[in-house]
Ligand binder design. Structure first.
Ligand SMILES: [Zn+2]
Length: 430
């Protein structure tokens, strides 16, 4: 009863094999092909899944499903990924579900948007598990986003969450990869920042960014290059990162004014690398733009690191876990209301999930979630910054003492702790 989650990015394919409790049992990571066709990329994904399965010490037959978070437009019902500009030859519609499933002996394959699945992982297993409305902002090559309202990822008509393309300059702004000007991503996306750095360097402005890049043997200004340059107080790097923080403060602040979410989670390659100081700076830049600055949302660093994408992808196929045998007193799970959900979050209230001794309070049944919702909303919103004091734990202990034990027990084997194990494993192998 294992699942595989695949984080399919422009630079790497990251696979995690997880068990029912989302514990990571095996991993594999390899570069995404930079040339060739979608067929070639699919071969790479299949090899990576097989390697991760071997790493977990199991067989392909143990997989009940494979979830893939991909960078492009997903047609959930058709199982296709389209317009993935960061993948070679992928500016078309490709039946990734069917092709990958065929290479993996027919195991079901579900697709999701890469950022949305990573946000979902943070909501279910990471920094967002105490909140039921939040905004995920993932800074990497571009700036992706995911919006969760009342525990559901809001996908709109399929393209919601594109926070990177919030306009922060009405006229004459920097050019964005989308072809427009003045988008947040044109200032805060790593690709756009690199273009600007190269322009300035060409004009003779000094920077060590490209020296550091060469020394680190990177083809691009990767997140680690920015981090090193900042630590060395490189003027150009500092200026460009400050510009990114200003842009994020404007864009995220506007999004918060519109949605009034409880929490903002900063993730993505750059966000995770620059860590808490970057998060604090974004928060400070956001505050003056809030219509209610005295009651801001909490701004948190993503907890699952760069494994969030793979873990979130594995959540896409949670529905393939065999529903457990009904027990007395388990009626909650069978009376779960038919909520209007997307493919991405449908599993949140599924009986299979409900019955697990969950690693996080969020995996409880729909009914208990609803019961917890009201206090959580009020208290968490008011007492936002000290999030340990959030309402979820206290009322949960009072209302459902029976649930407390497994929840606490699972904390020692929490996804974050298990991730640390997986990371150690990875490091020793590299
Ligand atoms: Zn744009």
């Amino acid at each position: 009863m294992l699942r595989a989650g695949v984080d399919l990015g422009g630079t790497k394919v990251q696979v995690a094999i997880v068990d029912k409790l989302n514990r990571v049992l095996g991993t594999d990571r390899r570069p995404t092909p930079t040339t060739g066709t979608p067929d070639g990329v699919t071969d790479t994904i299949a090899s990576s899944v097989k390697a991760a399965v071997a790493d977990a010490g199991v067989d392909l037959e143990n997989l009940v499903g494979v979830g893939v978070g991909g960078p492009g437009q997903i047609d959930y019902s058709a199982g296709t990924l389209s317009n993935a500009g960061n993948l070679p030859g992928w500016m078309l519609t490709y039946p990734l579900s069917a092709e990958l499933s065929e290479r993996l002996g027919g195991v079901p394959v579900e697709l999701g948007n890469d950022v949305q699945v990573a946000v979902n992982a943070e909501v279910r297993l990471g920094a967002g598990r105490e909140y039921n409305s939040l905004l995920g902002v993932f800074c990497g090559t571009g700036v992706g986003g995911g919006l969760v309202i009342d525990d559901e990822i809001w996908v709109g008509r399929g393209a919601a969450g594109e926070i990177g393309h919030m306009k922060i300059m009405a006229k004459g702004g920097a050019k964005c990869g989308c072809g427009r000007r003045g988008c947040m991503e044109a200032y805060a996306g790593r690709a756009a920042m690199e273009i600007q750095a190269r322009k300035w360097a060409k004009k003779g402005r000094k920077t060590d960014l490209f020296k550091i890049m060469k020394k680190k043997n990177k083809p691009r200004l990767a997140s680690g290059v920015w981090d090193t340059a900042l630590k060395r107080k490189d003027k150009m790097a500092t200026k460009l990162i400050n510009r990114a923080i200003w842009a994020l403060g404007a864009g995220v602040g506007s999004a918060v004014n519109l949605t009034d979410v409880q929490a903002v989670i900063i993730g993505g390659g750059l966000g995770i690398r620059l860590g808490q100081p970057f998060v604090n700076d974004i928060r400070d830049a956001m505050l003056p733009n809030l219509i209610k600055p005295q009651d801001p949302p909490v701004v948190l660093l993503a907890e699952l690191g760069d494994m969030g994408g793979a873990l979130g992808a594995a959540l896409l196929v949670e529905k393939y876990l065999k529903p457990p045998v009904a027990k007395a007193g388990a009626k909650k799970s069978t009376t779960a209301p038919a909520r209007k959900t997307t493919n991405l979050t449908a599993t949140k209230t599924s009986p299979a999930v409900a019955k697990q001794p969950a690693p996080a309070p969020r995996t409880s049944t729909a009914k208990t979630t609803t019961a917890k919702k009201a206090p959580a909303k009020k208290t968490a919103a008011k007492k936002a910054p000290p999030r340990k004091a959030s309402a979820k734990k206290a009322p949960a202990a009072k209302k459902a003492p029976a649930r407390k034990a497994p929840a606490k027990k699972a904390a020692s084997s929490s996804p974050a702790a298990l991730l640390a194990d997986a990371a150690r494993k990875l490091t020793t192998r590299q």
